[in-house]
Ligand binder design. Structure first.
Ligand code: SAM
Length: 290
């Protein structure tokens, strides 16, 4: 039997620089962050920055020189018009947590006491964030979910219904979901289906219904593969994911396609919010990167 990688995509272990989309993603997010703080400055809310995949503090380009500062550090550097009241940074790898903590102590010593650096799986902490916001109505949050691959379970997001949290999600539409949806439905291993169900928040039956069609070359009486992948799968994936997100958040921004140097879509980047203005701001920012 063929040996499949665990989730169809290998998770890089280093401080991986993803390519041109890395810089674009950071620029979009930091611009939004400034806009968010400008809107919030005259409101009485306490503000939380939540980073679900915080990294080590540094992003190393493939040539190894001139590392970029991680998003969490760039957000912590913002003080005008206001800064966040609380930083909640989650990272699964112990060594990265240590490196991030050292950099924060060095660069932002006065912010260390209002920064929580947690070494855990992001999914449990996303749920903890929504529980916290539910309990403390004087808080609002901006969250950034920047996984390498298929790490965000749809279930973790479901608790954000009616919660005041703007969330940017880097969704692995091309590099993850599309690669796992193989040409012929029968070839997908069960473990991949389980992962697809978790990430998309859909059952295997729904996935088959949305992404496969009967192969006209075969008939019901023939052996072989009856179901083949639909055309334009990546756009179908992100459309469907956006529809699912709209069952939780009132507004979803236009998903921004992030491509590699060959022009293939790797991810989509989008904002979800209960606030229409937030999504309008996001759409305006993203427009400049089309
Ligand atoms: C694309 S990198 C994030 C980069 C980061 N946003 C930055 O600006 O440097 C993804 C990070 O998530 C971590 N990670 C992977 N799975 C995770 C999980 N389930 N929960 C939390 N962190 C995870 C990886 O170790 C990696 O550092």
């Amino acid at each position: 039997m063929k040996d499949y990688p665990k989730y169809g995509v290998a998770e890089p272990t280093g401080d991986y620089f993803g390519g041109t989309w890395t810089e674009e993603k950071i620029a979009i997010f930091i611009k939004y962050c400034h806009a968010f703080l400008a809107i919030m400055k005259n409101r009485s809310y306490k503000l939380i920055y939540f980073d679900g995949f915080a990294g080590s503090g540094e992003i190393i380009p493939t040539n190894g020189v001139n590392p970029l500062e991680s998003v969490a550090l760039q957000v912590m550097a913002i003080d005008k018009p206001v800064s966040f009241d609380l930083y909640y940074l989650v990272e699964l790898q112990k060594s990265k947590v240590k490196s991030l903590e050292n950099l924060i102590i060095e660069k932002f010593p006065s912010k260390r006491s209002n920064t929580h650096i947690i070494c855990e799986d992001c999914n449990s902490k996303i749920a903890a964030l929504s529980a916290y916001l539910k309990k403390h109505s004087n808080y609002r949050a901006l969250a950034f979910l920047d996984p390498f691959g298929m790490s965000v379970d749809f279930k973790s997001l479901e608790s954000f219904k009616q919660i005041g949290c703007d969330m940017w999600i880097l969704f692995p539409s091309g590099i993850g979901v599309n690669r796992m949806l193989m040409k012929r439905e029968e070839a997908i291993p069960q473990s991949w289906y389980a992962k697809l169900e978790k990430v998309m928040g859909m059952t295997a039956v729904e996935i088959k219904k949305h992404f496969y069609k009967i192969n006209p070359q075969t008939s019901m009486f023939e052996d072989g593969f009856r179901l083949q992948k639909q055309e334009d799968p990546i756009n179908r994936i992100i459309e469907l994911y956006s529809i699912k997100l709209k069952t939780i958040w009132d507004h979803v921004s236009k998903p921004h396609a992030m491509k590699n140097s060959n022009g293939s879509i790797m991810f989509h980047f989008l904002l979800v919010s209960q606030n229409q203005t937030a999504v309008k701001v996001a759409d305006d920012i993203v427009k400049k990167y089309k």
